[in-house]
Design a protein around this ligand. Structure first.
Ligand SMILES: *[C@@H]1O[C@H](CO)[C@@H](O)[C@H](O)[C@H]1NC(C)=O
Ligand SMILES: *[C@@H]1O[C@H](CO)[C@@H](O)[C@H](O)[C@H]1NC(C)=O
Ligand SMILES: *[C@@H]1O[C@H](CO)[C@@H](O)[C@H](O)[C@H]1NC(C)=O
Ligand SMILES: *[C@@H]1O[C@H](CO)[C@@H](O)[C@H](O)[C@H]1NC(C)=O
Ligand SMILES: *[C@@H]1O[C@H](CO)[C@@H](O)[C@H](O)[C@H]1NC(C)=O
Ligand SMILES: *[C@@H]1O[C@H](CO)[C@@H](O)[C@H](O)[C@H]1NC(C)=O
Length: 506
C-alpha cells in the first residue's frame, strides 16, 4: 500500500528518480522516507500523527494519504514547506502552526477539512503560498488571513465557500494569484473589487476565469504575456482594466463587449497595429484610453464615436500618419490628447474643434510638412498657446526651405503651397498649367485650386471662415483684349459652417 503511494508520488512531485537510490539511511523516522537531506515524505495509511522526531535539517515535509487527522507539532521544527494531501484532517486548531514560524508554503488539500480556528495562521507571517484546495470549507473566520502580509498565492478551489468578502482579503497587499474556482460563492457576496496580477506569466485568459468575480472593479494585468483576448472574458462590473505591457497583436471587435462602467482602459506597450472600428463602441463611460507605444498606423474615423465622456487619449509613440478631421467630434470633454512620436505630416482642418481652451495637447516629434495645409494648426497653436506642451519641439520636417524650423515661429506667409502643382495634386483631374492663383493677404484663410474638367474650369475653395466668396476672373485673350468675370458663391444655408468647400464653375 505504502509503496504504491510512493510511486504515484514521484509522478506527482516530479522528484528525480535517483532520489530512491540515494535515499539517506540517516535518521528518517517512522514510515517516512528522506529522499534528500531536506525533504521528507510520509505516506502510510497506518500513520496516525505527524512524525515527532523530524531531523533538524528537514525543510520540506510532505504527508500523503495517511491517517493523520490533526495538524500538531510537539516541538519547534524548521520547515519552510508543509504539504498535507489526502489526509483525514477535518479541523485545524488555533495552535496547529505554533512551532512553524518559518513556514513559507502551506498546502492542506483533499481533506474533509471543515474548519480553521481563528488565529491558526497567527505565526505564519512569512507565508507566501497558501493552498487549501478540494476541502470542505464553507466559511473562513473573518480576519484569519490578516497576518499573511507576504502572501502571493491563495488557492481555495473546490471548497463549499459560501462567502468571502473584502474583509478577508483587504490586508493581502502582495497577493498576485487568487483562485476561488468551484465554490458556491453567490455573486452578491463575493465582493473582491480590486485584483492585481501584475508582473506574472499569465499568457491567456480562459473563458469564465473571472465569472465568479461579479463585483470586480479593477483588474491589473500589467506586464504579463497575454497575446490574445476572447470576447466576454471580463466581468461587466469592471471600471478599470490595465493590459499594459503584454503581447497583444490584435483584438477581436468584441474584446470588451459591453463593459459599460469601464472608465479606464490601458492597452499601452503592446504590439497592436490596428484596432477594430467598433472596439470601444459600448464603453460609454470611458474617460481614459491609452494605446500608446504600439504600432498603430491607422484609426478608423468612428473609433471614438459616441464616447462622450472620454477626456484623455494617449496615442503617442505609434505609427500614425493620418487622422480624420472628425475623429474626436464627440469628445466635447476632451482635456488631454497625446499625439507625439508618430509620423504625422499634417492635421486636417477643424481637427481641434471640440477642444476646450483648457485642454492639453502633445504634438512634438512628428515629421510636420509645413505647407499651406498647416495654416490651421499654426493658427490653432497661436489661439490656444497654453494648451500645447513643448510647442518649441513642433518642428517642420519639410519642405526644404523651412526644414528644422519651429512651426510656431513661422509667419503665415511662410506656410505656402508654392505652386498650383502642389495644390493640384490633391485633386485627381489634371488642371491647366498656365493659371496663376495669386495669394493676397485676404486669401490666407482661403485655399483654392483650379481644375480643368472636360474643358470646364472649376475653382474649388476651402474656406476658413463662414463668409460668401467673391471670385473675379480675368481673361487675357490671344488678340490682346481682356475681360473680367465676377461671381459670388453664397455660403449654402444649413451647412455646418466650419467644414465647407464651395465650388464655383466659371
Ligand atoms: C548510510 O550509512 C552509512 C553507515 O552508517 C554511511 O556511511 C553512509 O554515508 C550513509 N548514507 C547516507 C546517504 O547518508
Ligand atoms: C455592444 O453591446 C451589444 C449589446 O450587448 C452587443 O450585442 C454587441 O456585440 C456589443 N458590441 C461590441 C463591439 O462588443
Ligand atoms: C508604419 O506604417 C507604414 C505604412 O504607413 C508601414 O509601412 C510600416 O511598416 C509601419 N511601421 C511599423 C513599425 O509598424
Ligand atoms: C512650380 O511649377 C513649375 C512649373 O509648373 C515647376 O517647373 C516647378 O518645379 C514648381 N516648383 C515647385 C517648388 O514645385
Ligand atoms: C500639404 O502637405 C500635406 C502633407 O504632405 C499634403 O497632404 C497636402 O495635400 C498638402 N497641401 C496642399 C494644399 O497641397
Ligand atoms: C468628360 O467627358 C467624357 C466624354 O465626353 C465623359 O465620359 C466623362 O464622364 C467626362 N468627365 C467628367 C468629369 O465630366
Amino acid at each position: 500500500m505504502a509503496s504504491s503511494h510512493t510511486i504515484i508520488l514521484f509522478a506527482l512531485l516530479q522528484l528525480p528518480f535517483y532520489g530512491v537510490l540515494s535515499r539517506t539511511n540517516a535518521t528518517c523516522p517512522g514510515p517516512c522516507q528522506c529522499f534528500s537531506i531536506t525533504t521528507m515524505i510520509c505516506s502510510d495509511d497506518q500513520m496516525m500523527a505527524l512524525p515527532a522526531d523530524i531531523p533538524p535539517q528537514v525543510r520540506t515535509l510532505i504527508v500523503v494519504a495517511s491517517s493523520v487527522g490533526a495538524v500538531a507539532f510537539r516541538e519547534e521544527v524548521h520547515l519552510t514547506k508543509l504539504v498535507l494531501l489526502n489526509n483525514p484532517v477535518n479541523m485545524v486548531s488555533s495552535h496547529a502552526f505554533e512551532q512553524l514560524t518559518g513556514l513559507e508554503e502551506l498546502e492542506i488539500s483533499g481533506s474533509p477539512l471543515m474548519a480553521i480556528e481563528s488565529g491558526a495562521f497567527q505565526t505564519l507571517c512569512k507565508l507566501s503560498t497558501l493552498l487549501l484546495n478540494n476541502n470542505k470549507l464553507k466559511i473562513l473566520p473573518p480576519g484569519i488571513l490578516d497576518v499573511l502580509q507576504r502572501l502571493q498565492t491563495l488557492q481555495l478551489r473546490g471548497n463549499g465557500l459560501q462567502y468571502l468578502g473584502t474583509k478577508h482579503l483587504h490586508n493581502l497587499h502582495n497577493l498576485q494569484h487568487l483562485d476561488l474556482s468551484f465554490n458556491q460563492l453567490p455573486s452578491a457576496t463575493l465582493q473582491l473589487r480590486i485584483l492585481s496580477l501584475r508582473g506574472n506569466q499569465v499568457t491567456n485568459l480562459p473563458q469564465g476565469i473571472f465569472t465568479q468575480l461579479k463585483s470586480l472593479e479593477e483588474l491589473n494585468l500589467r506586464d504579463n504575456r497575454v497575446s490574445e483576448l476572447s470576447a466576454g472574458v471580463f466581468p461587466g462590473s469592471l471600471k478599470k482594466l490595465v493590459l499594459r505591457g503584454n503581447g497583444l497583436v490584435q483584438l477581436p471587435s468584441t474584446a470588451f463587449g459591453d463593459l459599460r462602467y469601464l472608465t479606464h482602459l490601458d492597452l499601452s506597450h503592446n504590439r497592436l497595429s490596428t484596432i477594430p472600428a467598433e472596439l470601444l463602441q459600448n464603453l460609454s463611460s470611458l474617460e481614459y484610453f491609452s494605446i500608446s507605444a504600439n504600432q498603430i498606423s491607422e484609426l478608423h474615423g468612428t473609433s471614438f464615436q459616441g464616447l462622450l465622456n472620454l477626456k484623455t487619449i494617449h496615442l503617442q509613440a505609434n505609427n500614425l500618419s493620418f487622422l480624420e478631421a472628425d475623429l474626436f467630434k464627440d469628445q466635447e470633454e476632451m482635456s488631454r490628447l497625446f499625439l507625439s512620436r508618430n509620423r504625422l505630416q499634417s492635421l486636417p482642418y477643424g481637427f481641434f474643434e471640440s477642444f476646450g481652451i483648457e485642454s492639453l495637447v502633445q504634438l512634438h516629434d512628428n515629421p510636420w510638412h509645413c505647407n499651406c495645409s498647416l495654416l490651421y494648426l499654426r493658427e490653432w497653436l497661436e489661439y490656444s498657446s497654453g494648451a500645447v506642451e513643448e510647442v518649441s519641439q513642433i518642428l517642420c520636417f519639410s519642405p526644404e526651405p523651412v526644414r528644422g524650423k519651429r512651426l510656431a515661429s513661422l509667419g503665415k506667409d511662410q506656410l505656402v503651397c508654392t505652386n498650383s502643382s502642389e495644390a493640384k495634386s490633391r485633386d485627381d483631374a489634371t488642371g491647366p498649367t498656365d493659371v496663376e492663383i495669386s495669394t493676397s493677404a485676404a486669401s490666407k484663410t482661403k485655399h483654392c485650386s483650379l481644375q480643368d474638367i472636360n474643358g470646364t474650369l472649376v475653382i474649388k475653395c476651402r474656406l476658413m471662415k463662414c463668409s460668401n466668396l467673391k471670385v473675379e476672373t480675368h481673361f487675357h485673350l490671344v488678340d490682346g483684349s481682356t475681360f473680367t468675370h465676377m461671381q459670388t458663391a453664397k455660403w449654402p444655408k444649413h451647412t455646418q459652417c466650419l467644414s465647407g468647400t464651395v465650388t464655383l464653375t466659371v
